[in-house]
Design a protein around this ligand. Structure first.
Ligand code: FES
Length: 142
């Protein structure tokens, strides 16, 4: 019986030590979690191949030019926006590329030149394209 009492006492001490450590960890976690969250896109660690997708002469302002990049199963479009944008390609710095697969479920996005947005048939979302740096879907830029 005394042995049981000793084991119980050891078990209780270990429980208290561990629960104290867990509490300290939870408090530390709460302190860390109290810091404001800062969202940022992590850069993709992928090397995309350089390839010729179109001739500049084939591009018209605000008309999507169908492409596949970086492989045949990845549909996209090139858009000549008609105004320079950060990271834009071409002599006018106004050519950007977009994947036309929605990032959620892979629905094909359709570009509507009348209001310069990509429409998703999956959930009727609309994503702007007028500036490459702030657009969603994310633009590929040079
Ligand atoms: S389901 Fe992905 S953009 Fe609509």
């Amino acid at each position: 019986m005394a042995r049981c009492q000793i084991l119980t006492e050891i078990g209780r001490r270990q429980f208290l030590k561990r629960s104290g450590a867990a509490t300290a960890g939870a408090v530390a976690g709460a302190v860390v979690a109290a810091a404001p969250a800062r969202g940022a896109f992590a850069p993709a660690r992928v090397t995309y191949p350089s390839s010729r997708l179109a001739n500049l002469a084939d591009l018209r302002v605000n008309e999507p030019f169908d492409i596949s990049y970086p492989d045949a199963d990845s549909p996209g479009v090139l858009l000549k926006l008609g105004q320079p944008v950060e990271g834009g390609a071409g002599p006018d710095g106004d050519v950007v590329g977009f994947s036309i697969l929605c990032p959620h479920k892979g629905y094909p996005l359709a570009y509507d030149p009348s209001d310069r947005v990509f429409n998703c048939a999956g959930h009727y979302s609309r994503s702007g394209s007028t500036t490459a740096a702030t657009s969603t879907p994310r633009a590929w830029t040079s």
